[in-house]
Design a protein around this ligand. Structure first.
Ligand code: AHG
Ligand code: MN
Ligand code: MN
Ligand code: MN
Length: 315
């Protein structure tokens, strides 16, 4: 079976870009090992500090961030790191050619109940600075710490999946992920229904009522509350993920962060034939204004995303 190093050689001739991706993959291996023992080490609780997002940091948010920093500091090709857990961007290597934006631990509110969490990352050309549109990404990926440890990765071509074997090698287990065009599953936090806008309410209602979508398909709602877990399910079997703008998140521009959640996930989903939108425009076309900027995130099966866009066009 093909492994990550062999596959990367088929995706890019740029050995330093491959090296940047391998540094994040190595950080994922180390974070996974820490997560597996965290309940024993008593590390699933709070760190006692808040991050720039105004979230109470989990100990593992901070530990995961430190692990990413340690791996990237050792790679002279990495110029700057942007992280959910760091207020400001961190300068790493003056001659670095790549900037990395990362969510070192996504879904950390689920750590105490042992649900799949992940590490998300985006690779940008350092020459373009930090605030580049998602279309400028050179690569993006995430590690999903689940029953298996999966690395989902796209350079410029297909979105591929690797599984960590017992020897610490990333073995390719999906050559080219394909998000089915239509689906009968949607992922949204229904606890926020009272905040939803008319487009979201309309889309969800018509889906649940089974009035549209695949003939005779009963729509199921699936929501883990860990973006990596929800997106991985959608990448593997289709569906749509919605964290739309609502009356509570509108003041912040949304819930999820553009540079290290929305853009990398949109890159991966679109590489698998899916679509992504803020409701009004493609996520990858959003012009960033800040490293922790938030955006509405709707992505997954193309037909479903088009239906949501149609609701926004009517609103
Ligand atoms: P993070 O753990 O990196 O802060 O991200 C959590 C995100 C994402 O994983 C998930 O989809 C979303 O928060 C859930 O938000 P709510 O808890 O507001 O539903
Ligand atoms: Mn967080
Ligand atoms: Mn996150
Ligand atoms: Mn996080």
């Amino acid at each position: 079976m093909t492994d990550l190093v062999e596959w990367l050689a088929t995706q890019t001739d740029d050995r330093e870009l491959a090296g940047a991706i391998l540094s994040m993959a190595a950080a994922g291996v180390e974070i996974g090992a820490v997560l597996r023992e965290a309940p024993i080490a008593g590390q699933t609780g709070l760190a006692g500090s808040d991050n720039v997002q105004g979230e109470a940091q989990k100990a593992l948010d901070v530990i995961s961030n430190d692990i990413v920093l340690n791996h990237l500091r050792k790679n002279p090709a990495i110029s700057i790191l942007v992280s959910e857990e760091l207020d400001e961007a961190v300068d790493l290597s003056i001659q670095g050619r790549f900037n990395i934006a990362t969510d070192p631990l996504d879904g950390s509110s689920n750590l105490d109940v042992n649900v799949t969490v992940g590490t998300i990352f985006s690779v940008l050309d350092a020459a373009g600075g930090l605030l580049q549109k998602g279309t400028a990404q050179l690569a993006a990926g995430y590690v999903a710490y689940g029953p298996a440890t999966s690395l989902v990765l796209r350079v410029m071509g297909d979105t591929s999946v690797f599984t960590l074997d017992a020897g610490g090698r990333w073995v390719q287990t999906v050559v080219a992920a394909k998000v089915p065009e239509a689906s009968g599953e949607f992922a949204i936090n229904t606890a926020r229904e009272r905040f939803w806008d008319a487009a979201t309410t309309g889309y969800v209602k018509e889906s649940v009522a089974g009035e549209t979508g695949p003939a005779g398909k009963r729509y199921n709602m699936r929501w883990v509350g860990s973006m990596v877990a929800d997106i991985h399910r959608i990448l593997m079997r289709g569906g749509i993920f919605l964290y739309p703008l609502d009356s509570e998140t509108v003041s912040k521009g949304g819930r999820l962060r553009l540079l290290y959640e929305a853009n990398p996930m949109a890159w991966l989903v679109e590489g698998a034939g899916g679509k992504s939108t803020t409701g009004r425009k493609g996520i990858l076309d959003v012009e960033p204004t800040g490293i922790h900027q938030r955006v509405p995130v709707i992505l997954g099966s193309a037909e479903e995303v088009r239906r949501v866009e149609a609701w926004y066009a009517r609103a």
